[in-house]
Design a binder for this molecule. Structure first.
Ligand SMILES: NC(=O)c1ccc[n+]([C@@H]2O[C@H](COP(=O)([O-])OP(=O)(O)OC[C@H]3O[C@@H](n4cnc5c(N)ncnc54)[C@H](OP(=O)(O)O)[C@@H]3O)[C@@H](O)[C@H]2O)c1
Length: 288
């Protein structure tokens, strides 16, 4: 295996014939590379995105199917249907924005889309002996869940902390999903890639974060997708947080987080259960 394998490298030798994979946000970036690699390995793949024209073109170029899904819109989630039970559910879609423009359901965009959108979706998708992979991020180190104000109602808005909180929520969701269901759920820290996720940020905001796409920490989207597909095909990863195709270990806080680690709060069972209950209260119409 190369030092920084791609998703295709990880899946070499795997035959995923008979698997039905759903990749949210598969129209570009890490999700597209994940979908392509799963399809090349034989899986039947359905990708989602908001724009039907962009989505259909992306799907056609990859030889996969496309369905429209806007995770900011409860009606879109309620209308979403899959043709057959899913055996690999890749909750990959995500946004990074700098403006507090609330979703159609009235939520802060990162918490509303990255976490609550997927929380609602996962309740609707029929699963069969499934692997569920949830895209978190090393950015989870920026923020634990603020249970007093998870939806940014009473504190000054900080988009980077809001993104970080949503990525902590993604990790906690995977942990609790794994505990509550008969399926196997894993969170992934894919690593840094300069994708369209930065579309809302100004060049000044990007350079203030050191986001230039160059240097040793950066990878290609195909390399970032490696951990996702690794989590989808490797046994024994239920409730774990994966980075660089290996389980990570807890670190006491989010500060100075070393590679190969996650902040302990992102894998805390008590917080995971509390977030699940909070999410259910915020989404009373959630189907399951
Ligand atoms: N890039 C990084 O460095 C990095 C690092 C760590 C973690 N991650 C995580 O990896 C995941 C993929 O990121 P990426 O960098 O590949 O981003 P990307 O290139 O911007 O792709 C994001 C995908 O999500 C979809 N999406 C965005 N908003 C959506 C919404 N409201 N409803 C439904 N789908 C929506 C987009 O589809 P449409 O535009 O077609 O709707 C797109 O296919 C995210 O969860 C991100 O947080 C990324």
């Amino acid at each position: 295996m190369p030092l920084a394998p791609t998703a295709d490298d990880v899946l070499a030798g795997h035959d995923l014939t008979g698997h039905h994979a759903l990749v949210t946000g598969g129209t570009g970036g890490i999700g597209a590379e994940t979908a392509k690699a799963l399809a090349r390995a034989g899986a039947d793949v359905l990708i989602t995105g908001r724009d039907p024209v962009k989505g259909a073109a992306a799907a056609a170029s990859m030889g996969v199917a496309f369905a429209r899904l806007d995770l900011a819109d409860p009606d879109s989630i309620a209308a979403f249907a899959v043709p057959r039970p899913v055996t690999m559910l890749i909750l990959n879609a995500g946004l990074l924005t700098n403006a507090l423009v609330r979703t159609k359901a009235g939520f802060e965009p990162h918490f509303g889309v990255n976490h609550l959108g997927h929380f609602a979706l996962a309740a609707r998708v029929p699963l069969r002996e499934a692997r569920v992979v949830v895209l978190s991020s090393r950015a989870h180190r920026r923020a634990d869940i603020d249970f007093d104000d998870p939806d940014w109602r009473s504190r000054a808005y900080d988009p980077w902390r809001a993104y970080g909180q949503s990525k902590t929520a993604n990790a906690l969701f995977a942990l609790e999903f794994d505990r509550r269901t008969e399926h196997t759920a894993t969170a992934v820290l894919p690593g840094l890639v300069l994708t369209d996720i930065v579309r809302d940020l100004t060049p000044a905001q990007l350079s203030a974060q050191g986001w230039d796409g160059r240097g040793p920490g950066w990878r290609t989207a195909a390399q970032a997708a490696a951990s996702t597909v690794w989590a989808a095909v490797t046994p024994g990863l239920g409730g774990r947080i994966v980075a660089d195709c290996a389980p990570t270990e807890p670190w006491p806080t989010g500060h100075d987080l070393p590679d190969g680690h996650h902040a302990a709060y992102a894998a805390d069972p008590e917080r995971a259960a509390r977030l699940w209950e909070l999410s259910e209260r915020l989404l009373p119409d959630r189907a399951r």
